[in-house]
Design a protein around this ligand. Structure first.
Ligand code: IMP
Ligand code: MG
Length: 174
């Protein structure tokens, strides 16, 4: 049976906010090249929309990580399923994520990527659930929306691999 989904953030609201964040990134990186790292699979819709709005020179790479345990609860132990294709040495890296929840995935990932000597690493997320943060050291540089502690789907985010393709962000009503 189809789940009942309540719209939390409409497609218009999301796209409008991505315009704003992209403009800010264009200002911050003026005169520099930017290397986007999209975290699969959830980050892919946001990364594409963001990248289309960037006017600084952009390159893109992809990484897939999995935290042991089911997808709704991060264990903090992160496994690299697909590593980056290119080295990071000397590059201005911007990690693009769908959502920061406990922050465990990103805390681990940032430590791994720092060891590859980028010029800098910043973090950009579509959604943030600040109430849920366990890893307080994870500093988010660009956040589109801070949301309450509700399980959301759409715009890349899934529930058991479904709903990633929704053009808006919604909450599954039980
Ligand atoms: P963290 O390590 O706890 O920050 O986990 C982040 C990951 O958990 C995200 O990349 C998502 O895959 C997943 N996640 C956390 N909250 C949600 C949600 O509300 N909907 C869908 N996936 C979520
Ligand atoms: Mg994810």
């Amino acid at each position: 049976m189809a789940d009942n989904i309540r719209v939390l953030l409409s497609e218009e609201e999301v796209n409008h906010k991505i315009n704003e964040i992209a403009a800010q990134i264009n200002r911050d990186y003026e005169g520099k090249d930017l290397h986007l790292i999209c975290i699969l699979k959830g980050g892919v819709f946001f990364a594409c929309e963001l990248a289309k709005r960037l006017t600084v020179p952009v390159s893109l790479d992809f990484m897939s990580v999995s935290s042991y345990g089911d997808d709704s609860k991060s264990s903090g132990v992160v496994r690299i399923i697909k590593d980056l294709d290119e080295p990071l040495e000397g590059r201005n890296v911007l990690i693009v994520e769908d959502i920061i929840d406990s922050g465990r995935t990103l805390a681990y990932l940032i430590e791994v990527l720092k060891q590859r000597h980028p010029a800098g690493i910043r973090l950009c997320t579509l959604l943030d659930k600040p109430e849920r943060r366990v890893k307080k050291q994870v500093k988010v540089d660009y956040t589109c929306f801070s949301i309450p502690d509700e399980f959301v789907v759409g715009y890349g985010l899934d529930y058991a691999q479904k709903y990633r393709n929704l053009p808006y962000i919604g909450v599954i009503e039980l």
